[in-house]
Design a protein around this ligand. Sequence first.
Ligand SMILES: CC(C)(C)CCc1c(C(=O)O)[nH]c(=O)[nH]c1=O
Length: 312
Amino acid sequence: ISTETTLAGYHFDNCFMNAAGVYCYDAAELNQVQASMAGTFVTKSATVMPRSGNPEPRYQPTRLGSINSMGLPNEGLPYYLDYVSQQQKAVPDKTYFQSITGFNIEEDEQLLAQISASDFKGVVELNLSCPNVPGKPQTGYDFEMVERILTRVFTVYHGPLGVKLPPYFDIVHFDQMAAILNQFPLAFVNSVNSIGNGLKIDVATERVVIKPKHGFGGIGGDYIKPTALANVHAFYQRLNPAIQIIGTGGIKSGQDAFEHILCGASMVQVGTALQKEGPIIFERLTRELQTSMAQKGYTKLSDFRGKLQYLD
Ligand SMILES: CC(C)(C)CCc1c(C(=O)O)[nH]c(=O)[nH]c1=O
């Protein structure tokens, strides 16, 4: 029974990997994912300049998941390009993901130009949950901006590239976003990023639990699995089949991964549960997915990928 997969034309021995932002800030963290049973890793979203991010506490685990307002702390794109370049030489038979996010179109273009000028041979994940013009919603919720960014991106960058999307909650938004995404030669769409601006309260102290943004932060974990599955399946139903889906959100068991793949995912990313359990989790998740598959007589992911059935 194999949990291998193919994405952007590359083969991966395992369909599990980290979600950007988790266990991917620096070499110390990335080495642990690289040494684990994960099929590959994605770096923390890199920006033009290194960033220290928001004041702590900025991440808190909760009983059912997590809340974070990290503020994009990262070492800057050159640091990650150097690390990936080392890994491409040390472990050449794997393909790596570089996440990036600019604060405007010019920065996106600058980041992609840096990647083109490097020896990077992997896959780019453009994080569209980044802030935009003040007073406007995050990029992923500003549809005209998404179209402008992707038009520019595919004019300047010609390697395999996908986008990390925030969750959508309205069928018309699935339709509108799919109509935009289908215009571009995207390798993949990764749904979902955390559900934005949730609030976790410590009732004993009657206080919020993270410092930035008066305690408001992105929500991950069990809370977001139904939304994640819906976004994965909505885009799987609507996108050109050449655009594959990465499923992220609420995966803490092999069964959760099975559900994402049943909805159409070709790769699954783990955030909150990885943060809690560490990279050893990939052994448990792989074993549990294989068990789910065995119980149903499946031997490979394509036996059931996207085969969610309806009641009609
Ligand atoms: C939320 C942003 C800081 C604008 C982007 C980076 C990011 C962060 C973060 O660095 O706070 N956290 C998430 O859960 N998802 C993200 O995409």
